[in-house]
Design a protein around this ligand. Sequence first.
Ligand code: SF4
Length: 949
Amino acid sequence: MGWQARQTKASGTLKPVRLIPYGEDPLAVLVDTLLTDQASRLPQLDHVTILLPDLAESQRLRHLLLTHHKKPGALLGPQISTLRSYLEANTPPAGSILNTHAQELMLVEVLRNHPLSGQGNPWHLADELLKLFEALQLGPGEKLSMESIPTAFSNEAANIQLLWQAWQTQLDTEKATTRANLYSNGLSNALFLEQQKDKQIYFLGYDWLHHAELDFLLRYLKKGQAQIFVSPDQPLWSQLHQAGISLPENNEKDELGTLLNSVYADDRQVLKDRAKGYRKKPSPLVGRISIFKAGDAEQEARAIDIQARQWLLDGHQYIAIVTEDRRLARRISALLRRANIDAQDSAGWPLSTTTAAGTLERWLETVESDFNHLPMIDVLKSGFLSSPEFSKEAVYHLQLDIIEREGVPHNVQAYRQALTNRTAAPGGKRSAIVEQTYTLLDHLEHAAAPLLHVMSRSALDPESMIDALRESLVRLGLWHGYDLDSAGQRIQQELQDMQQALNHLDLKLDWFEFRSWLGRALETHNFRPALENSPIRIMRFDQSRLGRYDGVIIAGADNQHLPGSQHRQIFFNEAARYELGLQTWEIERQQCFSQYRRLLQAAPQILISYTGESGDSPALPSSWIDLLETFHDYTSEQSIENQDLHQMLTLESAQIESPYPANNPEPAMQPRPAMPLELVPKQISASSHQQLIDCPYHFFAARGLRLREREQIAEILGKREFGSLIHRCLQAFHSNLDDLDGPFAQTVTEDNRANATQMLESISLQVFEPELETNFEHRGWWQLWQGLLPGYIDWQIKRAETWTVSDVEKEYRRPIGNTSTQLMGKIDRIDQQSAGFGLIDYKTGTIATPAKVESGEAVQLLTYALLIEETLETVYLGFDARKGVKTESKVDQEVLAQLLPAVEARLVSMLTAIEHGHTLPAWGDDSSCRFCEIAGLCRKPTWHSDGIP
Ligand code: SF4
């Protein structure tokens, strides 16, 4: 046995370790111990400090101190803090302290000149490195040093050492320090504590400590100035044991605690044998712990919602919902809100997922994409803009009349021009709405101006960028909208912190780097709505370790979330982490288990829930839950499965009613209307032909009812898409277009390759240049096309050996059977040889597979072949960043000879059937439905099964 608790209360020193039985409230144990230890000095407790891992339970701790203190006089102290804040506050800094934003910025700057920067996103790398530097600083063994490379380090570690040295040099140059340095210095020196001999410190809630933290703790335990409260399953228990601290016996007396200790005993006895001693007794689990297995995630969320509300009705005032499944947490929150219960979500969620951050992102996209209508309309309808410039009428006029009807996809000047054209039309006059729409556009342009200015600069100090962003948001009115929204206020705060981070830093960023920095700030900082007094708290496991509740729900207790899986570490594998004294996955697992184990006794009633399915695959419960259930099955006939909840889920009285009662809609049926003769289209293009094959109802709605405004817009917008720009370049290269260079009049061969390339480059520049000026995103396309262009010339040289270009971008038509419909198609390129034609379709996106083409399922190229007699082959020419320029899904003459008559006969028969009043059923498969524009009309997910023939 090492040194131990020889000190006594009489000598004014503290007993080093106290055990907290799982069944007891840790804060109450601390308060009782502290008031007893300090009885002689009460009510004076200003020499006492209580250190907790976080301050979430500090209010309850103060309340317990006040209520348990029975002696006269108001308590003076104690101080309640975290170890880190306590030391940081008492350690003089050696330079100005950088906040996390500033540290990331500086480290990204260091990484720019280092080989490691090639390993991925520099912001992510910086984030991981900062954590790693701190962990290595607090770990055991050889510390990172400015002189030598630790012998335990591999090449990878040596690289990190070099980075750390560069980082420290940068800090020295900037006369700055980090909170991690301050904390590390505080742990090793703590001079202020050395001078306060009567200071006494209580540690509570720590599961595991870094080596330097443990050293600090042991120093003051040995002096009798500190006391720590631990539970047997915490990894800290082993750390103290290994440090030679004698630990108290775990004499569990509680019946449930004894049983749970047997369930999770770490011994060689098999579970069944361990369970023997508990047979024939009423199980303490029954009525105390129950398990709910849900069929799907929605059912689990609804069951938890019902259980939480039931407990509230039973008078419970403090309910914890503990889960690592953030999606489930948000769903539960939403369900409770339907019942007017605002649960306090202690874990919060990334700021980037809030509507406020989403609107900011859409505004930046609006400016970057030259006022593209999609992000712009989202901003205008966000609900954050309340200034008179954004009247609803003006927004709808802009969307419906200018963007949709006039087909203007982006550019403020183009929107204005379309407005002018409309009012100049016969009968058109400038109404109040038109005037409001002009004002709206002026306002948008004015708000974007500061951002456009900084975006146009190659590199700028980030302070000016934040100023410009703020100014833009103020002008837009979004800043004012943020004043009234708690997530918006957090964004304002974050921008302020980012600005502060830049004090004294001499950095230059381009717009892309600034965007990454901003995006990272919103992603890595959480938002927690302030709801201090809610009776229901949703939290992670580590946030539950000091709580005591009336009811606990351990939710999402499947093996993917409890204990979850090992995070992917960028640096060092598990073995190296263990050697370097860094936190390993095994330690994390032990911490999670001790938190879970404590929760099982943290309330008189516990519900554990999990979902039996995850996506398409069955999910397993956590092995800890499995063990509990199996052990119980060995000991008792009574199930601990929560049947009540299953039953309540079926009860209407357990559901929250809508405040707007209405009859439930009739179950929807699979639509299969007939098309009135006058609605049958007079022409059918390759894409409508495809639509008819994929889903006749889609064809009916889009082509018959002409519900295809969105599609038309998409087509108009598509003209500016990457594929269309390439089409235009190649059209000019092979034919005469007035406004562009070209065509290249000779056959392209190896001999004239340079001239051909030069010509295509010159055409491409003319096509892309106007787009580059107005649209930020197009710069990436330009680079992509520059990379693909030589591949096209290679392909063309080969192609020209057997084919000559006959026509490009040409439209063809012909009647189809005896129907009243014409078949039509615009073919990208028709090549010729003596025996016939080769049809080419340029593709920058997904290409139909050969199997789909040859089975007649993908009909685009076959439709073209129906239009051109003597077609010898059809091919897709793919333009792909990865694969280069390549022909795909080629169909030759022999296959065409078999396929075309069948495809034509099918089309004639379908059109004839439509003309004769046959119905058009909705039968789209998943791939068609995923992108279907009229899915809202067909409502496939709501179809009643009887409606499906
Ligand atoms: S959602 Fe699917 S089934 Fe419904 S119309 Fe669209 S493609 Fe057809």
